[in-house]
Structures are given as structure tokens and as C-alpha cells.
Design a protein around this ligand. Structure first.
Ligand code: MG
Length: 335
């Protein structure tokens, strides 16, 4: 893997995260409500005024998932790697930037952790009860700096989760996503090898963190893939994933659902965004994770130009290319 290859796939991972996040952001909380309102997702749309978390967001606008991933990426570039203190700093920086005290889209574990961190608590202790999907939703840059290295991606996912999501279940989910992103960067990656990396990452990740309650991420990823591969129409399969796996904030729902969205798309980037959006629930997070994996696999050059243009134009306060350059240099050093 040379610099050019790494840059293309890392930029793809960042734009993938942003694509899933912004494309699915207007989705409603239940698939039948989303379906009645929009049918299949075809384009970027404004969030509707009655959306509980995203009201006011414009078509193509990213949310906390991509903002936090970018914030984490920028701190890793500054520090030349990942540390617990760096992960905490990235989170607090983002929280202040979005005026977290008055912002509906800050997740529950992150809000708890930031409140403690601002009081001066030790970042090794502030995340011991965080079990929701925030550790997984921002973890993709950890995969991007560990191309083809599942073990290191899992270890670094643990570090990045520590300040806010240091429970076995949250780490398992983050390790699944980081592992899938890392292995999607391999030159010989296939849909099956990527899904397998997610399952393996989840199995490895659950051995870290404080013991907590939660269904098995690895077994539920397998279940989500089975539901995605059923011989039924696509909408029915999505409803099965929503009803039986769930697409809520719980890590054991959102992360397996993301792998379900990848599986049902058969490895197509835009179909992954569409199916994850129509899944509804915490759709922006599910889609952000799924499309980050897909983007890391397919690379930047595989994106339709309208996607790149829209995301770049609407989110001009974030510099995806500069961040990808920094991450690519970091990834190259770590190979
Ligand atoms: Mg979000």
C-alpha cells in the first residue's frame, strides 16, 4: 500500500461516514413512518421540522457522528496517534463547538462523560458506564489509520472508547466497526472478508472494558446478515432487521444493523446509504458506520460527483481532504 492508495481509501472512509450520516439524517424513528413520508431515499434532503433530533439541519449536513469522527481524526493527526487523553480532548472540543449544553443531538454517554471531564475527572474513569453507540459512531478514523491490521484497530478502538464508552458492549461495537474499516482498506478486501472482520472485531472487543449488560454484538451481526440475505423484498428485510435487531441507540442494535445494511446492499455504496436510511431509528449513526466501511473499501474515486459536491459545499467548515492527508501520513508510518 502506497500513499496514493491510502489517501484514496481514507478520503473514501471520511466521505463515506459523511454520506451515510447526512443522507440518513432526515429518516424518522420507525421504518413505516419513513416509508410513508419518503418511499426509498434517493437524494439528500432537509430534516423535517418535526424531527426530534435533526430539525433545522439542511440537506447534506452532517451530524454528531461525522463531526466527532473528524474531531478525533484531527487530534490523532496533531498527536501522531491515539491516546485516552487525546480522545477525551477531541470529544470536549467537539462538544463546545456545537454548544453541547443546548444541543439535542449529543448522545447520553457522551454528555455524561463530557460533564465529568469538565469537572476535571480522570478520562480513564469517566466512561465506565457508557454503553450506547457513540463509541462506534466516531471510530472509523481508528480503522483508517490501521489498514489491514485488525488487532491494532481493536486495541486503538479500546483507547478511543475509554473516556466515554468503556464498557464491554460499547467497545465490542466500536471494535466491530474499526475492524471492518481496517480490513476494508486491504487491497484484497471482499464483502465477505469485511463482514467477517466486523464479527471478529466484535468478539475481540467484548473482552475489554468494564463488565456491562448487553446482547452479543458478534452474534447479532451474524443475525443481521442472515436477515439481510433472506429471500424477501428489500423493504420487508429492512423491517425484519428493525423489528428483530433494532436500530436504536443501544450498541447491540445500531452496530449489527449497520452490518445488515452493508449485507443487504451486496457491496454497493449508494445502496448502503439508501437501505440504512430507510431502516430508520438511529439511522444517521447506522448509515454513517455502514458507509464509512463502504467508503474505506471502495475509495474516494468510487463516489458519485453529486455526493462529493453536496457534502463539501454544505459542510465547508470541515476539510475532508486535509484530514485525509494527515491520516494517510499517519497510516503509512504505522504500516
Ligand atoms: Mg448523529
Amino acid at each position: 500500500m502506497d500513499y496514493e492508495y491510502l489517501y484514496d481509501h481514507i478520503l473514501g472512509g471520511l466521505y463515506g461516514q459523511a454520506l451515510g450520516d447526512s443522507f440518513a439524517m432526515p429518516a424518522m424513528l420507525r421504518p413505516e413512518v419513513t416509508w410513508k413520508r419518503y418511499g426509498w431515499f434517493k437524494e439528500f434532503m432537509d430534516a423535517p421540522d418535526d424531527h426530534p433530533a435533526h430539525h433545522g439541519l439542511k440537506a447534506g449536513q452532517i451530524t454528531d457522528d461525522t463531526e466527532q469522527a473528524m474531531s478525533l481524526a484531527m487530534v490523532m493527526i496533531e498527536e501522531g496517534g491515539i491516546s485516552v487523553e487525546g480522545a477525551a480532548r477531541a470529544m470536549v472540543k467537539w462538544y463546545d463547538m456545537v454548544d453541547g449544553d443546548h444541543n439535542d443531538y449529543v448522545g447520553p454517554s457522551t454528555r455524561k462523560a463530557v460533564t465529568k471531564l469538565k469537572k476535571g475527572d480522570d478520562p480513564h474513569r469517566t466512561g465506565t458506564q457508557g454503553d450506547t453507540d457513540g463509541g462506534a459512531m466516531r471510530v472509523s478514523p481508528i480503522g483508517l489509520i490501521n489498514p489491514g491490521n485488525l488487532e491494532q484497530a481493536v486495541k486503538d478502538a479500546v483507547t478511543s472508547c475509554t473516556p466515554s464508552h468503556y464498557t464491554d458492549v460499547a467497545i465490542s461495537g466500536a471494535a466491530a466497526v474499526a475492524g471492518a474499516v481496517a480490513m476494508a482498506m486491504s487491497e484484497d478486501a471482499t464483502l465477505d472478508s469485511i463482514l467477517e472482520a466486523g464479527i471478529k472485531g466484535a468478539e475481540m472487543g467484548v473482552t475489554y472494558g468494564s463488565p456491562w449488560m448487553g446482547a452479543s454484538i458478534s452474534r447479532r451481526i451474524k443475525m443481521a446478515i442472515d436477515l439481510a440475505n433472506q429471500n424477501k423484498d428489500h423493504y420487508e428485510r429492512l423491517v425484519d432487521i428493525y423489528d428483530l435487531i433494532g436500530c436504536g441507540l443501544a450498541t447491540s442494535e445500531a452496530v449489527p444493523a449497520a452490518f445488515g445494511a452493508i449485507a443487504i446492499s451486496k457491496g454497493d455504496l449508494m445502496d448502503t446509504a439508501k437501505y440504512a436510511a430507510n431502516l430508520s431509528g438511529d439511522a444517521d449513526t447506522v448509515a454513517a458506520m455502514a458507509c464509512a466501511v463502504m467508503g474505506a473499501w471502495k475509495g474516494y474515486k468510487a463516489f458519485p460527483s453529486f455526493v462529493i459536491e453536496k457534502i463539501t459545499q454544505v459542510n465547508s467548515n470541515w476539510n475532508f481532504k486535509e484530514t485525509a492527508e494527515g491520516l494517510a501520513k499517519l497510516a503509512l508510518k504505522r504500516l
